[in-house]
Ligand binder design. Structure first.
Ligand SMILES: Cc1cc2nc3c(=O)[nH]c(=O)nc-3n(C[C@H](O)[C@H](O)[C@H](O)COP(=O)(O)O)c2cc1C
Length: 479
């Protein structure tokens, strides 16, 4: 804990250096200490309470004082309203400073964030927390993983060009899609197959965290919980359904109807997964979660899927998994099929996995309302272009006509900033939240999300933007 922020609240409290140190690393709960008042400490210490009680009370004074200081602190030229509860979400208007103060204030009583702040540490911690083959499935990519790493290093080739002396006291991070407003230009990416393996509540835990953080969720077809259960956990939080297009059209139609009924507001067709990429790590580990029935709740619960089985999935898993394998694999799926899809649903359609401007133009021609520029986190095609390298060309080709979203390599706030400056309207957060789930469950997902939102908010302010609408290519330069 650095001394600087504690100087002011300590004034006049007469704490010895030792007491102050102990108070700062104390074991008392924050709820209790924040409620403690200075006069109570005097009374309690005068009737001979234990040294620890005094220290706990002292920590309470510190926390309460710092809370006041933080609440009134001048950050970015205006007063910060920091959240009081450790579990409360960062305020919508000030997520960056609010999250910072929440973390620093927690430090007064020895509280540490539930997940490491830096992505690299979060990934390491996740590796310690889950089985090697499950971690390998999340971290691993096509080939030797170089394409996934290239997604990240692509961000280093763009640097931020800040502008100064602008009023950034109020920042608008919000963005609108299909009549719904998102509080920040960040959504959770669809992650299939393993969320239910790393946490018993899987996607439902993720949904609760998304709701708490006010961030929308794109649910994978390959979910361990049904889309209805996830929708229930999300309540009013915006949600889109990611579709792996089944070979059986009746099953596709059934998925679409279920998604519409349970409040998903767009269907996102992933176009890059006609086959599974050659994933060296998973092959070496002989790990393929779907053979154990993981991530198949949407199929196993579907009336059309179940009609094709002789026995229920609960009674005959091998039969259900074989049936799923036949339904999942769909290498003939092509542009012409989109016309049929258009007739099946009123939901807006987006295509995820677009990397070429001509494919983006075709998406427009075939009635798509958006594209997600993505290389699937480098998991499908070894040697594929980094997703960020594809973004400017696609934004230029279709950004005025349809929504352009982006993923693959988003790790921190500056990545969100650069992607938006290069033409994305919104980004998807992938591996960071899966690691958050592995390390600390729902709280871990919540913190992983809120840290990126906070970092983005501060990046925006420090670069001189009061609104994401201002972001454009002039805020970045290629190095
Ligand atoms: C473990 C794992 C499972 C994934 N499952 C899906 C999926 O079911 N559907 C899909 O469209 N994309 C899936 N993706 C890709 C993500 O949606 C997103 O494109 C990718 O995670 C972005 O890369 P990043 O996490 O490295 O930023 C998955 C990614 C991971 C890491």
């Amino acid at each position: 804990m650095k001394a600087e922020p504690q100087t002011s609240p300590l004034k006049g409290q007469n704490l010895s250096g030792e007491a102050r140190n102990e108070a700062l690393s104390g074991e008392c709960s924050r709820d209790r200490t924040v409620r403690t008042r200075s006069s109570e400490v005097m009374t309690e210490s005068s009737v001979g309470l234990s040294r620890r009680s005094v220290l706990q009370a002292a920590a309470g004074i510190l926390a309460a004082s710092l809370a006041k200081v933080a609440d009134a602190a001048e950050v970015g030229g205006r007063s910060v309203r920091a959240s009081r509860s450790p579990d409360s979400v960062a305020t919508a208007s000030d997520p960056g400073p609010a999250r910072q103060m929440e973390i620093y204030r927690g430090g007064l009583t020895g509280a540490k964030p539930a997940v490491p702040i830096a992505f690299e540490d979060l990934e390491r911690k996740a590796q310690e927390a889950i089985k090697p083959e499950v971690f390998g499935y999340i971290q691993g990519s096509a080939g030797n993983g170089a394409s996934s790493r290239a997604n990240v290093t692509a961000f280093e080739r763009w640097q931020i060009l800040p502008r100064f002396l602008k009023d950034v006291s109020k920042r608008d991070l919000s963005v609108q899609f299909f009549g719904q407003r998102f509080s920040a230009p960040i959504m959770l990416a669809p992650i299939g197959g393993v969320l239910g393996t790393i946490h018993p509540d899987g996607e439902v835990a993720v949904a609760r965290a998304a709701r708490g953080a006010g961030i929308p969720m794109m649910l994978s077809t390959l979910s361990s919980k049904t889309m209805e259960a996830v929708a229930e956990a999300l309540q009013d939080t915006p949600r889109w359904f990611q579709l792996y297009w089944p070979s059986d059209r009746d099953l596709t139609a059934s998925f679409l109807q279920r998604a519409e009924r349970s409040g998903y507001r767009a269907v996102v067709v992933t176009v890059d997964t006609k086959f599974l990429g050659w994933r060296e790590t998973d092959l070496q580990n002989t790990y393929y979660p779907f053979f154990a029935g993981h991530g198949l709740a949407n199929y196993f619960s579907d009336p059309v899927f179940r009609r094709g089985l002789r026995s229920k999935p609960e009674d005959n898993l091998p039969e259900a998994v074989t049936h799923w394998g036949n339904a999942f694999r769909n290498p003939t799926f092509s542009w012409a099929d989109l016309k049929w899809l258009r007739q099946q649903t009123r939901l807006p359609i987006l295509l995820k996995g677009i990397l070429h401007p001509d494919d983006a133009r075709k998406a427009v021609d075939h009635g798509a309302e958006g594209v997600v520029v993505s290389n699937h986190g480098g998991r499908q095609l070894h040697g594929v272009t980094p997703s960020l390298a594809a973004l400017p060309g696609i934004a230029k080709a279709v950004g005025q006509r349809i929504h352009v979203l982006f993923d693959s390599g988003i790790r921190r706030g500056s990545d969100v900033f650069k992607a938006l400056a290069l033409g994305a309207k919104c980004v998807l957060l992938g591996r960071p939240y899966a690691y958050g789930l592995a390390v600390a469950g729902e709280v871990g997902v919540s913190e992983a999300i809120r840290n990126v939102v906070a970092d983005f908010d501060l990046t925006l302010a420090l670069a001189g933007c009061a609104s994401i609408a201002e972001l454009n290519k002039q805020y970045v330069s290629r190095v």
